[in-house]
Design a protein around this ligand. Structure first.
Ligand code: NAG
Ligand code: NAG
Ligand code: NAG
Ligand code: NAG
Ligand code: NAG
Ligand code: NAG
Ligand code: NAG
Ligand code: NAG
Ligand code: NAG
Ligand code: NAG
Ligand code: NAG
Ligand code: ZN
Length: 778
């Protein structure tokens, strides 16, 4: 870390010091003159934020504190949209539409301010951040905060859950699988993300950051080892694993050392919940956040409490949480190593699962492991993060980046296109058609269909993408709107000795390692950032599918086929991120009086991305609700039993309305599990639909009738006592030909959950229950 220098006079200005600009500027100027003899000294001084005595004006206890604190704010907000009928984003499986809630989705925001600059990092429970989502969030922030939160200092990253709602894209390919641009899906995301930033903004207070890094083994596997093995042997030999195992943790505390939040990164796909799941779910990463927050906010319901724990995605492009690996589900035999297909049934039969018996247990195990590791690192984080903040951002036309590969040759990126193996999907969720991974030759059958429907790729694009056989030449498809983005974001924020590289897609393990290394090299090129920790924040800002190495690309598995800007995509990114890193490195050198001109602000902003006005929407409005004759919405059609034991599952079914009629459902609940308090004669909510223990299923029947089934997986920690389950919703009817939306609620009979009887019979039952619990509980 940066050593403290006794003779340092360099002030670390805070907002409250702004009025003393002249003083601090003078001090800097003097310093610069004094240290002209040694650049290294200057750098050291820059990073030794030791405040000059007398200049301090914030009410900060300064006894043992070595470094000036940051201003830190954390915030969490619900961003769950209507959990019905809208497609879920990730597997692009048309059958996977929303039908209830497993766990709620949250946006988690972290604001850090060094008194001179401010950065915001948001990790949200979404499949990915889309360009449209980002632009809408930035517009909302601009309307609210003016120029405080901008494209250069706000990073928006998605956890990559595949069980969040779709519909927040403006490019045709994504809109087709999303059923268009769905306003009712976009609004809760935009409002939830902005609200998490509002909360963090309002909570900002002086605090400290500590970092810690460890490794988590056994929680992830490479799902394209064949591609990975195509990387140079010398390079592979430098690493023990074919996926990154590191967990990086930032611990945020107030000045008294009380934890206020945690931000961590780990590279794994949030696909523990597979494409048969229809409930909105934050999957493994979201559940890790949930566990850490429940731990740090004792007694609070999920989604409540001040402590915010973000588990952010990283270089997860080829990383699966399904640790049992791929098998042919029909025969139990391993799939073909090269093309992940099965002798009988092809690609579709080759599926990955694990480590649990079912997807819920797998989600729980993966989440618990990540959470446990992060918590251990959090508890032991002692290394303080100090130093200035920087943020560098550019928009880049990614279809036309020229890369000098040696003194005589340049290569270039391509217009976006997807290869045949894109349609094969992965072993985490395969495609429905007969595509296989690893195809470097087209299929005349599908090429023929493609040519008729969307047109033939140009020779130029085909050559550029070689050896990828192009399925969709999306860069040449512009109807009704462009099919893929051309302009993308590259962005780096540095928080003292931590550099966060925001990557607009899913970058593979080795690509991520190369990127981190390049950024580190550039940051250190000017002698500063000696001890920098570079971390990749995946699925950030705009979605561009995958980024593989040139070597991985040659194999054309799913990730290579989905590297849309061609074989030199990674090289182009390396060049662009190096540029940002170099500007940041030089910014440290070019120290001047306010307004602190530096090379970062001299970076060209690049071409602005489009914001399309006319987006199509293929979702029809939710229709009116009907109910069986002589019944009411909220009536119980399948009642609870009178008595349950811990470990049992309570199930109850109500006559329901379409959850889409409930409008903005953020911070509300469709479900409560309540316990009776006989001292006060009141009911107390112990779970909501956000709880892991509850599952809210919405089942649409025929004739516009629907049911809501609520399940409660009674945890071992449940108190014995009397309980009831409530369901809340809205139904739509036509009254005088006008739609009217009316709230309803339903309540179960009271049932009891029993504790121990201390009888032999009880023990036997309990043993049976525990066995069952191990297999299927949670
Ligand atoms: C933040 O503070 C402002 C001003 O006090 C207030 O209007 C706003 O509601 C607060 N926002 C949140 C999300 O707490
Ligand atoms: C997958 O590769 C194997 C050989 O490794 C081959 O026999 C099989 O036909 C391929 N399957 C498909 C669908 O291409
Ligand atoms: C998804 O998980 C369930 C168990 O929760 C399992 O029955 C099903 O086969 C899995 N499907 C796929 C495609 O992995
Ligand atoms: C590609 O970039 C070069 C310079 O980098 C520029 O001259 C050219 O016009 C660009 N082409 C397109 C199609 O944007
Ligand atoms: C530059 O790279 C090209 C393409 O790989 C190669 O053909 C050429 O020999 C290289 N030139 C030098 C000077 O290394
Ligand atoms: C895929 O299916 C089509 C139609 O059934 C067939 O004509 C084509 O040959 C198949 N392709 C492969 C690679 O199996
Ligand atoms: C594209 O390539 C094909 C085959 O190489 C050739 O027949 C055709 O003329 C080319 N088209 C153009 C427009 O150059
Ligand atoms: C950084 O800024 C300095 C001073 O303005 C300038 O001389 C230098 O060329 C800049 N470097 C880059 C890469 O823009
Ligand atoms: C509904 O209630 C009415 C009036 O009580 C009764 O006549 C009718 O049979 C009931 N219908 C059904 C399906 O129970
Ligand atoms: C409340 O319930 C507990 C446990 O069931 C019981 O021991 C206690 O007597 C009850 N208190 C009242 C006031 O009913
Ligand atoms: C609702 O549940 C009841 C009881 O299980 C069942 O008879 C009915 O068919 C269900 N209705 C719908 C629309 O699924
Ligand atoms: Zn993915």
């Amino acid at each position: 870390m940066f050593k403290q220098q006794e003779h340092t006079l360099l002030p670390f200005p805070t907002h409250s010091m702004a009025r003393k600009k002249t003083v601090s500027c003078g001090a800097v100027a003097i310093l610069v003159v004094l240290v002209t003899g040694g650049i290294v000294t200057l750098i050291t001084l820059m990073f030794t934020r030791n405040t000059a005595p007398g200049l301090e004006s914030t009410p900060v206890p300064s006894q043992e504190t070595e470094h000036k604190p940051y201003l830190i704010g954390v915030g969490r907000a619900d961003c769950t949209g209507p959990p019905a009928e809208i497609p879920l984003m990730g597997y692009a499986n048309t059958k996977q539409t929303g039908a209830g809630i497993h766990t709620r989705l949250y946006s988690r925001a972290f604001i850090i301010d060094d008194g001179r600059k401010r950065v915001v990092f948001v990790t949200a429970d979404v499949g990915m951040v889309s360009q449209r989502l980002r632009l809408e969030v930035l517009n909302a922030l601009k309307a609210k905060y003016g120029n405080l939160y901008r494209q250069d200092n706000v990073v928006l990253s998605g956890t990559h859950t595949h069980s969040g709602l779709a519909g927040y894209f403006q490019y045709t390919l994504f809109m087709i699988t999303s059923k268009g641009y769905i306003k009712e899906s976009v609004q809760p995301l935009v409002n939830g993300i902005v609200k998490s930033i509002d909360i963090a903004h309002n909570n900002t207070k002086p605090g400290r950051i500590y970092r810690s890094r460890g490794e988590l083994e056994g929680n992830s596997v490479n799902r394209s080892p064949h591609s990975y093995m195509n990387n140079p042997e010398e390079e592979r030999n430098r690493y023990k694993w074919n996926t990154d195992k590191q967990v990086l943790v930032l611990k945020f505390t107030d000045l008294d050392g009380n934890g206020i939040g945690m931000l961590s990164w780990f590279a794994v796909h949030a696909v523990s919940m597979n494409y048969t799941n229809r409930m909105v779910s934050s999957d493994n990463m979201g559940y890790a956040s949930y566990l850490m927050e429940q731990d740090k906010n004792p007694g609070e319901l999920p989604g409540h409490g001040g402590f915010v724990a973000g588990f952010s995605s990283s270089n997860l492009g080829d990383v699966s949480p399904n640790t049992k690996g791929p098998h042919c589900v029909n025969t139990g035999l391993p799939c073909d190593y090269l093309n992940s297909s099965c002798p009988v049934g092809g690609t579709k039969m080759c599926q990955s699962s694990g480590p649990g018996e079912d997807m819920f247990e797998s989600t729980r195990i993966i989440a618990h492991n990540i959470y446990q590791k992060a918590k251990e690192l959090y508890v032991n984080a002692k290394e303080e993060v100090t130093g200035f903040l920087h943020s560098a951002h550019q928009w880049v036309d990614m279809t036309n980046v020229t890369i000098q590969i040696n003194s005589t040759h340049t290569v270039s990126t391509c217009k976006p296109a997807l290869g045949h193996s894109f349609a094969a999907g992965t072993t985490d969720g395969g495609g429905d058609l007969n595509f296989t991974q690893g195809s470097v030759e087209g299929d005349p059958f599908w090429d023929g269909i493609r040519d008729v429907i969307v047109g033939k790729p140009s020779n130029e694009t085909q050559e550029c993408h070689h050896p990828k056989p192009i399925l969709f030449s999306t860069g040449e498809m512009n109807w009704p709107l462009p099919w893929h983005p051309k302009i993308i974001d590259v962005q780096i924020i540095t928080i003292g000795s931590v550099a966060v590289v925001a990557v607009p897609g899913e970058i593979t393990t080795m690509s991520g390692r190369r990127l981190r290394e390049s950024v580190k090299q550039e940051l250190q090129s000017e002698g500063a950032f000696r001890d920098v920790e570079v971390v990749i924040a995946g699925l950030s800002n705009v979605y561009t599918h995958y980024i593989t190495t040139f070597e991985e690309y040659q194999v054309q598995r799913y990730e290579g086929a989905s590297t849309i800007f061609g074989p030199h995509t990674l090289s182009a990114y390396l060049q662009k991120y190096r540029g940002l890193a170099r500007a940041i490195a030089q910014a440290v050198m070019i120290w001047s009086c306010p307004p602190f001109q530096d090379n970062v602000s001299e970076l060209p902003t690049g071409p602005q991305p489009p914001f399309f006005k006319k987006l199509f929407n293929l979702m029809t409005a939710a229709g009116v609700d009907r109910k069986p004759e002589n019944s009411s919405f909220g009536d119980v059609v399948q009642q609870v039993y009178p008595v349950y034991r811990k470990g049992d599952v309570v199930s109850i079914t109500f006559i329901a309305g379409n959850p889409r009629h409930s409008g903005d459902i953020r911070d509300k609940t469709f479900v409560t599990v309540e316990i009776y308090d006989n001292r006060t004669d009141t009911w107390k909510t112990v779970h909501t639909d956000a709880s892991w223990e509850t599952r809210f299923h919405w089942l649409k029947g025929s004739n516009r009738q629907s049911n809501s089934t609520v399940e409660w997986y009674i945890p071992p920690s449940a108190a014995s006592g009397f309980y009831r389950i409530k369901h809340f919703g809205h139904f739509k009817q036509l009254k005088a030909l006008r739609p009217v939306i009316t709230p309803y609620e339903g309540t179960s009979d009271v049932f009891s959950v029993t504790g121990s009887f201390y009888s032999q019979r009880y023990y036997e039952a309990e043993l049976r229950m525990q066995k069952k619990e191990r297999m299927s509980y949670y």
